[in-house]
Design a protein around this ligand. Structure first.
Ligand code: CAA
Length: 240
């Protein structure tokens, strides 16, 4: 029996690497995305993995999106809440809109997706939920009160839901990536990024497949005793 997995924000960056790693191991994978149709088409053409479009910040859209995946692939065993955006800026310059958008997309999405799959996971007594947090949710980051708050919230969400899922063999874990060579990090001004990388003991940005590797460990059928944990994958930048 192959397990069914949904990866939000699955068509680019870290999400794409997670989709590909799951696919290579025989999981049935749905890669969710919000808006970039071109990247999604490229993703499907190159990987053979189906892409599903919905906005994870929208509660009803998550319910409908999960229903569609269930109809196509079967009941969902695994979700990886990876979708995330940045709207960086110091507090003084941050608009209410950019605060709310990041909270809704990065944190609200975890609730929306978990709410859509949890009842079925409970019934079937199997579930693996992996939430992608961030080093910046652990340590904070200048210019990211919205992002750091959302990612920090993810870590709390993970620990609380892990307690609710435990008796049903639903594990809930988080990964806290450091700076990974994705489009999101490429958008950080070069002079700022240079200073950040200088503080990484491993001496470089991480690669998306290095995060996917951690996800593979957490979603495995026999990872039954790992729950409520946060796996930091950050080249030693923050030891937490
Ligand atoms: N600590 C203290 N002071 C700082 C600072 C820091 N880390 N960074 C900047 N400052 C100071 C500057 O020295 C400057 O001071 P002066 O005016 O006295 O010279 C002042 O703050 C303004 O700095 P900027 O010119 O950088 O301000 P800005 O408004 O142009 O830009 C910013 C602010 C948009 C936040 C910019 O600094 C930035 O993009 N920073 C990067 C934020 C970041 O790391 N984002 C991560 C995105 S990737 C991601 O989030 C993935 C993940 O999970 C890791």
């Amino acid at each position: 029996m192959s397990r069914v997995a949904i990866v939000t924000g699955g068509t680019r960056g870290i999400g794409r690497a997670i989709c590909e790693a799951l696919h290579a191991r025989g999981y049935k994978v749905a890669g969710n995305y919000a808006g970039n149709d071109e990247a999604a088409a490229k993703f499907t053409a190159e990987t053979g993995i189906a892409a599903y479009k919905w906005d994870v910040a929208d509660y009803d859209a998550c319910q409908a999106g999960v229903d569609k995946v269930v109809a196509d692939l079967g009941p969902v065993d695994i979700i990886v809440n990876n979708a995330g955006i940045t709207r960086d800026g110091t507090l003084m310059r941050m608009s209410k809109e950019n605060w709310q958008k990041v909270i809704d997309t990065n944190l609200g999405s975890c609730f929306n997706m978990a709410h859509a799959v949890f009842p079925s996971m409970r019934e079937r007594e199997f579930g693996r939920i992996v939430n992608i947090g961030s080093i910046n949710g652990q340590a904070g980051q200048y210019g990211q009160v919205n992002y750091a708050a959302a990612k920090s919230g993810i870590h709390g969400f993970t620990k609380a839901l892990a307690q609710e899922g435990a008796r049903y063999n639903i594990t809930v874990n988080a990964i806290a990536p450091g700076y990974i060579d994705t489009d999101m990090v490429a958008a950080v001004p070069a002079n700022v990024l240079e200073k950040i990388v200088a503080k990484v003991p491993v001496g470089r940005l991480g690669h998306a497949d290095e995060i996917a590797r951690g996800v593979m460990f957490l979603v495995a059928d026999d990872a039954t005793f790992v729950t409520g944990s946060t796996l930091s994958i950050n080249g030693g930048q923050h030891m937490y």
